[in-house]
Design a protein around this ligand. Structure first.
Ligand code: PAF
Length: 294
């Protein structure tokens, strides 16, 4: 496994490995890798000749009062996991390497970024759009792998790829969960024992919603209310949003709409704070009698 810290190193190593039209699979991350990232890395390794991981905590996607300074980091552990997953190249740029000058270009995806996480994290998806576009230009992957826990991010990146003609297949990957259902996240490490125990209500409520939509006469509004009241069981849970939207357009669904009458893909997405830790989760609901996460 080759570790590159500059764009030049990345370019020359990729050029050597990519000779003979080899395919490149790319997993962009902010590090502090967990088994969710592990699953993306393994998929990238299995489906491509060369797999590339980037580890970069992108300051442009953090708001002024967010956790940029305390975002967890452990490069040694990350490199070990990457190696175990068969990763060929790891790109770990510094801020100076990624942004030698203040960028004057923005990548704003209208229509997909004013709701859900975009509503409470203004500018977040502009920062994601910019860094992912820069990374795509540097790595030039054939495929890029993203976890569906950040379903809005996947919708935004698919739109960027479409709008800007990136010749890249975006591969959305299933959410990986702890045995009790909590979606894996680098931020789970912030939770204290009581918050960690309470956080199980997120996946529980999604699972219950998958059952509730099989009942007749369930409206979008009543489903959201039931989900909110289940999350409310956890003592420290502070709901930021629970929303039911079309996916991937993220268009709203009227509260009076019978969920069973919707034939397109819909997403039940939630963000809940436990203390200062903000967790997100979601489920793509199958209104014809079941549900899945991809
Ligand atoms: O999902 C993440 O970890 C980040 O938003 C990403 C895609 C690596 C961009 O910084």
């Amino acid at each position: 496994m080759i570790v590159c810290r500059t764009k030049e190193e990345l370019k020359s190593n990729l050029n050597q490995l990519r000779a003979n039209e080899k395919s490149v699979g790319f997993v962009p991350t902010m590090g502090y890798l967990h088994e969710g990232h592990g699953s993306l890395l393994r998929l990238a390794h299995e489906a491509n000749d060369i797999s590339v991981l980037s580890i970069y905590v992108n300051p442009m996607q953090f708001g002024p009062n967010e956790d940029l300074d305390r975002y967890p980091r452990d490069e040694e552990r990350d490199l070990k996991l990457a190696e175990e997953c068969g990763t060929d190249i790891v790109f770990i740029p510094s801020n100076e390497e990624m942004y030698p000058k203040k960028p004057l270009t923005t990548v704003v995806v209208n229509g997909l970024t004013s709701q859900l996480c975009g509503a409470t994290r203004p500018g977040h998806f502009d920062g994601v759009g910019l860094v992912v576009s820069k990374l795509f230009h540097l790595v030039k992957p054939d495929r890029a792998y993203f976890g569906m826990k950040d379903a809005q991010q996947v919708a935004v990146i698919e739109q960027i790829v479409d709008d800007l003609n990136f010749d890249i297949e975006i591969v959305p990957c299933q959410i990986v969960r702890e045995p009790d259902g909590l979606a894996l996240s680098s931020r789970n490490v912030y939770l204290n024992a009581e918050q960690r125990a309470g956080a199980v209500v997120l996946s529980q409520s999604l699972h219950l919603a998958e059952e509730w939509i099989k009942e007749t006469g369930v409206t979008a509004g009543s489903l959201i209310e039931r989900v909110k009241s289940h999350i409310g069981i956890a003592k420290e849970a502070n709901i930021e949003y629970v929303e039911l939207l079309h996916y991937p357009t993220l268009e709203p669904i009227e509260v009076n709409k019978y969920v069973g009458s919707i034939t397109s893909r819909i997403i039940l997405a939630l963000a809940v704070k436990f203390g200062t830790t903000r967790l997100i989760d979601n489920s793509l609901l199958n209104t014809s009698g079941g549900a899945n996460n991809v």
